[in-house]
Unconditional design. Sequence first.
Length: 412
Amino acid sequence: MERGTKYALIFGMVVTLVIGALIGALAGGGVAWYVTQQQIERIAAQPSTPAPIPASMPAPTVVPQATDAPLPTPAQVPTPAPAAPATTSPVVEAVQKVSPAVVTVVNTLASGAQGSPLLGDLPFPLPDQPGGSVRRGSGSGVIISPDGYILTNNHVIEGYRSLSVIFYDGSRRDATLVGADPLMDLAVVKVDGPVPAVATLGDSDLLQPGETVIAIGSPLGDFRNTVTVGVVSALNRSLGADAPEGLIQTDAAINSGNSGGPLINLRGEVVGINTLVVRGSGLGTAPIEGLGFAVPSSIARRVSAQLIANGKVVYPFLGVRFGTIDAMLALDNDLPVNAGALISAVEPGGPAARAGLRSGDIVTKVDGKTIGPGQSLRALLLEYKPGDMVTLEVLRNGERLSLDVTLGTRPD
């Protein structure tokens, strides 16, 4: 074959292949376009379902599109649930229960009367008479009856010319004295008309050292319904002299003007009536703190009932002066026992003198009940009434005696 013919044949074959490839491509593209268009039409005819988003991919931001559908009304928008109330502590609950029954007792002193130094001093220079003015002191009290009876301290009402009370809401009302008991430093006053609340007298015999207690009162007369919290430091405390016996000791802060206010437990029950505080100096130079004392509710209940019924409290009478023996008194006086009552004086013609009791005798028991740290001679005698006969066990010059005594009536 000639060379020219050969090259012409090769060129023709190449051209044929190129033209065939172009025709095949065009045919294939048309088929593909047709199939794709049909698939699109089928997809458009089906409900739209969003494709799941892989967990590792962030969610797409949805941009709201204009629509003719109405927007939801505020009523259709769910509101968040209200927050749960904060938990109330037992102290707060007890205070809320008793506070409306706590009052400030205002004592307008009679001319020349000094009043107790334990009162909150309120020297209002109000006109009393030409050239004169009145002095007022204040204490605290607690409403114990819907009839308007209010329990407070005897020293709160001492030397009074007139009395009034200020209630929880700041309103004031005149008060009258029902009766007072200097021995236990308790008094009952009364107001007419409705009262805002009544407190419940609890059982002080159930108290335990370390138990939480709350004092409520009006220190200095200006800070009504002040709340202080502490514990029962000790029970059956005796301070000697003319102070009440069997007192509750607490470290809840008590100040002038708190006198007569309630000492309450966590159940909102009155377990004591605050009566005094010790602030002298001890062995060091720092002042003593945290030594407050309250009359137990067991005594306050009995005394207030007698004051409301009779206007006074009738006590049995032995007719002696005595000191309560403890280890220090026994050491100082070389006594043969560490507990009892050392008789220092016997009233002539009194019940004790008629029974043969003498100065220097040591009384150790009353009707078989031992005198000790938790039971003084006076506390044991208060379990009896005038006219009762009791047997005293007495130690005299190393000899033990039994003396029967018929109790008299304590003079006013």
